[in-house]
Design a binder for this molecule. Structure first.
Ligand SMILES: [Zn+2]
Length: 229
């Protein structure tokens, strides 16, 4: 049985019992073992064909930063985001736009966006209520700080501090959830601003293997079967 090499302090903290699992040979059983958190919560696949199980317990939520106390995420995800922003020296240049949303809020965003920008735009960029990752508390929309920020499609460029955030995100458990080249898999348009917390080591494996969550969950399941786990 191999191991995932944990190089940075933060990753070491996050993945407490660091074991070295060669990427590509991770077995499903690793993530289901009794001393490890179950696969379920953080890798919960939520999309148009995988609605959030109802009723869902409200996640344990905290603000993602002091300046925006109304923007909440699940506690572990929020703490990882705080560390990431602090470690890259964001200094307020990256701002949170939208974190946890209740089902009602998601419905309102859907209705308002459809009224203002039309149904085609809404289908492309707003998840159907009940099928939004924002309702899990594990997703965050971010923007480069600017006077005018578009709530639905915030600017989060590839360069500068946002580019640095993007490169470092997997080391803190975050993945870019809706990449441009995976629109046919995710069913959502290119969203350079939407990050999903999956934790470690999943984020880094997904990054290295070039997999979005739909593919990763499938990959884990197949890997488990192939290896008889
Ligand atoms: Zn989002």
């Amino acid at each position: 049985m191999g191991r995932v090499y944990i190089q940075s302090e933060n990753r070491r903290k996050e993945y407490k019992e660091s074991r070295e699992v060669p990427l590509g040979t991770v077995m499903l059983g690793d993530f289901f073992s009794k001393d490890r958190e179950p696969l379920g919560e953080r890798l919960m696949l939520v999309n148009a064909s995988h609605p959030i199980p109802q009723p869902m317990n409200r996640p344990s939520l905290i603000p993602v930063c002091d300046e925006y106390p109304e923007i909440l995420m699940e506690e572990t995800a929020a703490q990882a985001l705080k560390r990431l922003l602090r470690d890259i020296g964001s200094g307020g240049r990256i701002v949170p736009v939208s974190g946890w949303r209740s089902h009602e809020e998601q419905q309102k965003i859907w209705d308002d966006t459809a009224a203002e920008r039309g149904i085609d735009f809404t289908r492309k960029y707003v998840a159907v209520p009940g099928c939004s990752e924002h309702e899990t508390g594990l997703a965050i929309d971010l923007a480069e700080n600017a006077p005018d920020i578009d709530f639905i499609c915030p600017e989060f460029p590839e360069t500068g501090i946002c580019g640095l955030f993007r490169r470092m995100a997997p080391y803190y458990g975050f993945v870019l959830r809706y990449p441009k080249d995976k629109q046919d898999v995710t069913g959502i348009g290119n969203e350079p601003w939407h990050f999903r917390y999956v934790g470690m080591p999943h984020a880094l494996i997904m990054q290295r293997e070039g997999l979005v969550l739909e593919e990763y969950v499938d990959w884990l399941e197949k890997g488990g079967r192939q290896k008889g786990a």
